[in-house]
Structure formats: structure tokens, C-alpha cells
Ligand binder design. Structure first.
Ligand code: GLV
Ligand code: MN
Ligand code: MN
Length: 377
């Protein structure tokens, strides 16, 4: 319903809508020079199940507001303008993040993406088909002239600094593991502790080890580690589980440091397996290095924040974004706006005021209209 709602809004603005084989949606406004590569704005409209209304949506609806503003002013830019929303940016359902933009920019092969399944065993391809969004257009994106994404910060920094705009310098490195830990089910009352092979105990030890790694300071204070899923089977009060499925999310602004941390973590999985006499299988479900956004786009964000009398601060994104995938094929950058309530995100309380959102989208308007006049193809 959300997808259809946004597509209707795109068409109502007179944009030509294209849907590709991974369900990415592109809405195009022609420019004065049809041979010139477009300037693209975009983000995602999917979210995590417990999310708020701003993560992703601000960049897409903000992009449409930029188009509406240009339409109202009857202003035709030299370059075409495209507003995109990408499939499964979150990765919370089909296990890897930035899926649609990663396929469009060739980091992930279409066949592999289509075959990913959710917890119910439904595949990306069949689900896109079921909702009428398995499009016809080829997935491989013709690189745009530049890409700009407006997004809520999703953290406390800008609000605490009382700053209007985040000039995003890049995105930190991310690693996701999915672990399946297998032991032996047994009766909770009768089975002596030393005879157990309890995967729950192994899962708990891994989670505590992650925190100890972070607190040790060995990887600087910037290491972040999260266990977001633990599913115990059979999941009954008086049964030692035989299987635990868990996820691990580890991030650091410096990929070299993240690599070292993973180099300590992965052998620990093996150590726990041995000591707890369980089997630990781990699969890397997502892995992206830290990326730096184009200096040119950063400069424009800074210049236009200043031009509108807005305060700003340079910031590294703690969250993953479609812009980091786009950065592989064209100059890309992001505009962050602050969030209230300590920037809480991936939570229904996520909230940015109309003014905060408008500031970010106004800066994006200025950046995009300047980029859209640039010379060349
Ligand atoms: C996407 O929101 C992420 O997990 O960073
Ligand atoms: Mn997002
Ligand atoms: Mn998100």
C-alpha cells in the first residue's frame, strides 16, 4: 500500500515512473537537455517492523517535495531529476541491508537477491511478484550525475548540539552475522548441568563477549555491537533448547578496526562451540566497508546550509543508507536533520519537527538545483 501510495504521488506530479526487476522505483522529471545524466534523490520507504515514520520516507517524500517546488515555480533544470525509492533498505526482513540499491549498483547479483527468504520462507522475488512490484526495467543503474539523500540522523548528536543540518561525511563499516547454534534438548529439572549441551548458554556467552570487546577499548570507544535476535527452540520454560538462531550486528567507522574486531570475534565462536560442546555455524549476511561521500556534494550541502542561515555540523553516519551504495557509481552525499527525543529511531517515537524536515529538504533542493545545472553529459 505504501509503494502504491508513493507511486500515485509520483504520477500526480507528472513524473514518469519506472520499476526495475528488484522493485526499485524511479520517477523522472525531464530537464532542458535530454542527453544530460540526471541528478537523483532517493531513499527507502520500507522500514523495520517497529519503526517510526521518518527513516527513509523523509528522503523520498522530500524528493517529491523538491519536484513539487520546481513544478510550482515552473523551473526546468538543465539535467533531468529522478526521485527513487529502493527495495529492502533495512534488511530486517530478508537479512541483508541496502538490497535494492546494492543490486542496482552491482554489489549484489540479482539472482542472489531474488533468492533471499524471510522467516516464513518467502522469497524476495515471489513477494515482489505478489505485490505487483517485480518490474520490467533492467536493474543495472545507468550512473546518474550525482545522488543526494536527505535523512533523519537517527541518533542524538545534532539535536544535542542544537544544530539544524548534518553534513554527512560518510558511513561507517557494518558487519552482520547470523548464527545457528545447535546443541541437545533435555529436561530442565533432571539433566545435570555438566551433561548439557546448551546452545542458549553459548548465545549468552557470545553476547557478553561482544560487550566485553566494546568495553575493553581495544577497538576504540566507537565499536558498536548488538544482538537483535535470539530465537530459542523449542522455546519452553522447562526444556534445555536444542537450537538458537541469533544475529550479531557490529559496526565501526574504520573498516580496518572492524576487521580486527571480527578477527577476534569469529575465533571466539569456535571457542564457545568447543567449551559448550555445541555447534556454532555463522553466516555473514551483510558486510560493507566505511565509505566517504564525494567532497563536491559535501561542499554543496555545507554551502547551502550556510546560505539559508542554518547551523551545521559534519557527521559520520552510524546507520547504513542507500547513498553509500550509490557512492560506488557516482558522486553521492547526504543531508541529515536532527531528531527529537535523543534522536530515537527504529522506534515509533522517532520524530523530527516540520521545521527540521523542511530545513533538510530545502538544503537538498538547493544542492540538487545547483548540481542539475552543471555542465557536461
Ligand atoms: C539501517 O537502518 C541500518 O541498520 O543501519
Ligand atoms: Mn534509513
Ligand atoms: Mn533504518
Amino acid at each position: 500500500a505504501g509503494r502504491r501510495h508513493v507511486v500515485d504521488a509520483m504520477r500526480a506530479l507528472g513524473l514518469a515512473v519506472t520499476i526495475d526487476r528488484i522493485g526499485n522505483v524511479y520517477a523522472r522529471r525531464e530537464g532542458r537537455d535530454p542527453r544530460a545524466k540526471p541528478v537523483m534523490m532517493g531513499s527507502h520507504i520500507d522500514s523495520v517492523a517497529t519503526a517510526g515514520r521518518f527513516d527513509g520516507c523523509l528522503g523520498v517524500l522530500g524528493g517529491l517535495e523538491v519536484v513539487r517546488t520546481l513544478n510550482d515555480a515552473r523551473h526546468v533544470t538543465r539535467r533531468p531529476i529522478v526521485v527513487a525509492f529502493f527495495t529492502e533498505e533495512e534488511g530486517a526482513r530478508f537479512s541483508t541491508d541496502m538490497l535494492g540499491s546494492a543490486v542496482a549498483t552491482k554489489r549484489i547479483a540479482l539472482d542472489r537477491a531474488w533468492a533471499l527468504t524471510d522467516r516464513a520462507g518467502k522469497s524476495v522475488k515471489s513477494e515482489l511478484e505478489a505485490i505487483g512490484f517485480l518490474g520490467e526495467a533492467p536493474v543495472e543503474l545507468d550512473p546518474p550525475h550525482a545522488y543526494v539523500e536527505c535523512h533523519v540522523e537517527q541518533g542524538p548528536v545534532l539535536r544535542a548540539a542544537n544544530v539544524d543540518i548534518g553534513v554527512v561525511t560518510g558511513v561507517q563499516a557494518i558487519a552482520w552475522h547470523e548464527l545457528v547454534i545447535t546443541g541437545r534438548s533435555a529436561h530442565a529439572g533432571t539433566t545435570p548441568m555438566e551433561l548439557r549441551r546448551d546452545p542458549g548458554m553459548a548465545a549468552a556467552r557470545i553476547q557478553l563477549y561482544l560487550r566485553a570487546m566494546v568495553l575493553s577499548g581495544r577497538y576504540t570507544k566507537q565499536l558498536r555491537a548488538t544482538v537483535g535476535v535470539t530465537q530459542y527452540s523449542p522455546g519452553l520454560v522447562n526444556v534445555v533448547p536444542n537450537r538458537v538462531q541469533m544475529t550479531v550486528d557490529v559496526r565501526h567507522p574504520d573498516d580496518e578496526v572492524l576487521k580486527k574486531a571480527l578477527g577476534e570475534l569469529v575465533p571466539f565462536y569456535g571457542k564457545v562451540a568447543e567449551e559448550e560442546r555445541v555447534e556454532v555455524q555463522h553466516k555473514v549476511t551483510a558486510r560493507t566497508p566505511n565509505i566517504a561521500f564525494a567532497p563536491r556534494v559535501q561542499e554543496l550541502v555545507l554551502k547551502h546550509a550556510e546560505g539559508r542561515g542554518l547551523s551545521f555540523k559534519k557527521i559520520v553516519s552510524g546507520a547504513g543508507h542507500d547513498a553509500q551504495e550509490m557512492a560506488a557509481v557516482c558522486p553521492a552525499g547526504m543531508v541529515f536533520v536532527p531528531g527529537e527525543y535523543e534522536g530515537i529511531s527504529h522506534n515509533p517515537r522517532e520524530y523530527s519537527t516540520k521545521e527540521q524536515c523542511a530545513n533538510g529538504v530545502n538544503v537538498m533542493l538547493d544542492v540538487v538545483t545547483e548540481l542539475a545545472e552543471e555542465e557536461g553529459v
